[in-house]
Design a binder for this molecule. Structure first.
Ligand SMILES: Cc1cc2nc3c(=O)[nH]c(=O)nc-3n(C[C@H](O)[C@H](O)[C@H](O)COP(=O)(O)O)c2cc1C
Length: 399
């Protein structure tokens, strides 16, 4: 046992844990295990978007914790697409040296851990910008932003901005890049018939709504080369009557896989879903569509799994499942039945960045300590992301 540390007997047979800790490839990038840190906005960059020591420290801790692939919090590709303050920027070359520190730190301390940056343009979904743009002028009910419809020239500029940002990701020494096309941000707004009412080549049919993503992919490959993995996170369901449903997300995922994306991460929901849930539940759950609360039993875990099972049938690239995954044996079952190739976690790794190592060593229980209270979402208002529940628990036990 390492350093005389007390390690409890592994609660699951070796046969079961082995799959989680088996390496797998994503577009030629070898990931040492099947655990992914899903993109998590940190709120730790400088006001100008540059990387801070606090941010580097966060990624050092995560890398040391044993996760196979880290996807950073979303970085904005254009100032017009910045959803939140203290967000990491990737819209300028002078930001590359700071970003390089994250990549180098993860590689130095992560024992083979890989790291990707997630790229975003927020479109209408911003609590930061006074004026927003979007595929169409559809009100964002959460921020009350009424966006202006983007012109073709603006769409072209955004395609170039994403591709240039991806070039910077590669130049800064990262292993991969992920496009954020989920949760109602700009690319998700283009994909969704609810927010995309355009009648030109970027709107209408499913193929047209995918066009901006396809254009970004092609432009990126021109700059980064074919061997640099480009991942994408998408909605399997917008959870809206006129949004993307499983029938359509299957078509979208199939197309994205054919286009050449190296892996697809499946999530769901956008601002409208949060508002509807607020009205129905009578309180303000923080984006429960993709950050569901109170996952206190195994049957509530992996809430997008039924979708993943269907999407997996139509794609030829690895599927990364995210959303409420909390237990090692649940992950093992998902991998064993072939419904996903990777399990991504956000909130559990805010609480316990060393959860993968804990599971590997067999210490503690099979379920993460995270109680899915979304206190971490609230923590962003007063500084960098952290687990509020852990802080409260520690204060209570100290007093
Ligand atoms: C504090 C916080 C910040 C997040 N930031 C991002 C982000 O930058 N990009 C993204 O795609 N999803 C983001 N998410 C959503 C997570 O990646 C994930 O999809 C969601 O939390 C469900 O996974 P979980 O149950 O493991 O937390 C964020 C979630 C939280 C709690």
């Amino acid at each position: 046992m390492e350093g005389g540390e007390k390690v409890s007997k592994l609660e699951v047979p070796k046969r079961i844990t082995s799959l989680v800790f088996e390496p797998e490839e994503i577009g030629g990038m070898v990931v040492k295990n099947r655990l992914v840190r899903s993109a998590t906005y940190e709120g730790m960059a400088s006001e100008d978007g540059s990387v801070t020591g606090e941010l580097v420290e966060l990624y050092k801790t995560l890398a040391e914790g044993g996760v196979g692939l880290i996807i950073t919090g979303y970085a904005y590709v254009q100032p017009s697409g910045k959803p939140l303050p203290r967000q990491t920027g990737i819209d300028r070359d002078d930001l590359i040296p700071g970003l390089r520190k994250i990549a180098e730190t993860v590689h130095e301390h992560g024992n083979g851990c890989k790291v990707a940056i997630q790229l975003v343009h927020c479109g209408r979904q911003s609590f930061f910008l006074e004026k927003t743009v979007a595929p169409s002028a559809v009100l964002d009910p959460l921020s009350s932003n009424m966006p202006r419809e983007m012109t073709i020239e603006e769409i072209e500029e955004t395609i170039e901005a994403f591709a240039e940002a991806a070039r910077r990701v590669k130049e800064a020494g990262f292993d991969a890049v992920q496009l954020h096309a989920a949760h109602g941000y700009l690319l998700s707004q283009f994909l969704s018939p609810h927010t995309n009412r355009r009648t030109d080549e970027y709107g209408g049919s499913t193929e047209n709504r995918i066009k901006i993503v396809e254009d970004i992919y092609k432009r990126t490959v021109e700059k980064t080369g074919k061997d640099f993995p480009i991942l994408i996170k998408m909605n399997v369901d917008d959870f809206l009557e006129d949004g993307i449903d499983l029938n359509e997300s299957r078509k979208i995922a199939q197309r994205l896989s054919k286009i050449g994306f190296a892996a697809i991460e499946t999530s769901g929901g956008m601002d409208e879903t949060a508002i509807r849930d607020k009205e129905e539940l009578g309180w303000t759950p923080a984006y429960p569509a993709f950050c569901r609360t109170n996952i206190r039993s195994k049957d509530k875990e992996a809430y997008h799994l039924p979708y993943a099972r269907e999407i997996k049938k139509v794609i030829d690239v690895p599927l990364i499942l995210v959303g409420g995954i909390r237990s090692l044996d649940v992950i093992e079952k998902i991998l064993a039945e072939g419904s996903a190739d990777f399990a991504a976690l956000s909130r559990p790794l805010i609480r316990e960045p060393d959860l993968p190592n804990r599971w590997l060593k067999g210490t503690g229980g099979l379920t993460a300590d995270c109680i899915s209270c979304n206190g971490c979402v609230g923590s962003l208002v007063e500084g960098g992301v952290r687990c509020i529940h852990k802080e409260i628990t520690e204060q209570e036990s100290a007093s």
